[in-house]
Ligand binder design. Structure first.
Ligand code: PRP
Length: 215
């Protein structure tokens, strides 16, 4: 049985850097991460941090082996699951958008033919087109989704857009913005009760440092 120290699953990569910056501002010593090599678990005075791939953060929190998770709203929208979403960190900001080739299909929703849409996020894509009352074929792609319309596999893509550089450099344009995305804090439903004081303490610290970053 674990002690009462909270264990946080942190998404590796972009969100990791931002979260470590925040932990530093909160007064946590994150120096162990500067030369982390291939290590995946770090025990700090305030919490144990587990580095995980984005979809696995949700799995570890749902199963209760991690009390908290730091993950993108994109993952929450795509995978759902049983946990509480309790805070918006205000970093990792980007958008879900529908895009297609420049000069083509400017009104993507026009016409009767069934269009093909490529995405790393088939559930988000399906719900978006359902909300439009439009039937589409969805192709799951694992990365660099922008390739799919360029290679003729898809008429459009649903993907994350941050600066817009990837779309621009590949001759694609946004047809509709779908949702605003940022990093969120999720909490296991049992931990929320069993470790309430520790989780509340962490939340207060986070909120004191992130308020100015969330509009
Ligand atoms: C993400 C996303 C876009 C790109 C958007 O991909 O899927 O491809 O970033 O960023 P931009 O608007 O600033 O150009 P990521 O870099 O995570 O790689 P992936 O496509 O292999 O998943």
């Amino acid at each position: 049985m674990r002690n009462n120290k909270i264990r946080i699953a942190l998404t590796k990569g972009r969100l990791e850097k931002e979260a470590l910056g925040l932990f530093g501002e909160m007064g946590w010593d994150v120096s162990a991460f500067s030369d982390k090599g291939r290590r995946l678990i770090f025990t700090l005075p305030g919490a144990q941090i587990v580095l995980a791939k984005a979809p696995d953060v949700i799995t570890y929190v749902e199963h209760g082996v991690c009390d908290l998770g730091i993950t993108g709203k994109d993952m929450i929208m795509e995978y759902g699951g049983r946990y509480f979403e309790v805070a918006d960190f205000g970093f990792g900001r980007c958008k879900f958008a529908l895009a297609s080739k420049k000069g083509e299909r400017e009104n993507f929703f026009e016409g009767c033919e069934i269009k093909t849409v490529a995405s790393k996020y088939p559930n988000v894509t399906r719900r978006f087109f359902e909300s439009k009352g439009m039937d589409v074929d969805i192709v799951k792609i694992e990365g660099s989704v922008e390739l799919a319309p360029l290679l003729g596999l898809a008429d459009g893509i649903v993907d994350l857009v941050e600066t817009g550089a990837t779309l621009k450099e590949n001759g694609l344009e946004i047809r509709e913005e779908i949702a605003d995305i940022s990093a969120r804090l999720i909490v296991n439903t049992v931990s929320m009760k069993m470790k309430k004081p520790e989780i509340d303490g962490f939340l207060r610290l986070v909120e004191s440092k992130t308020q100015e970053k969330v509009k």
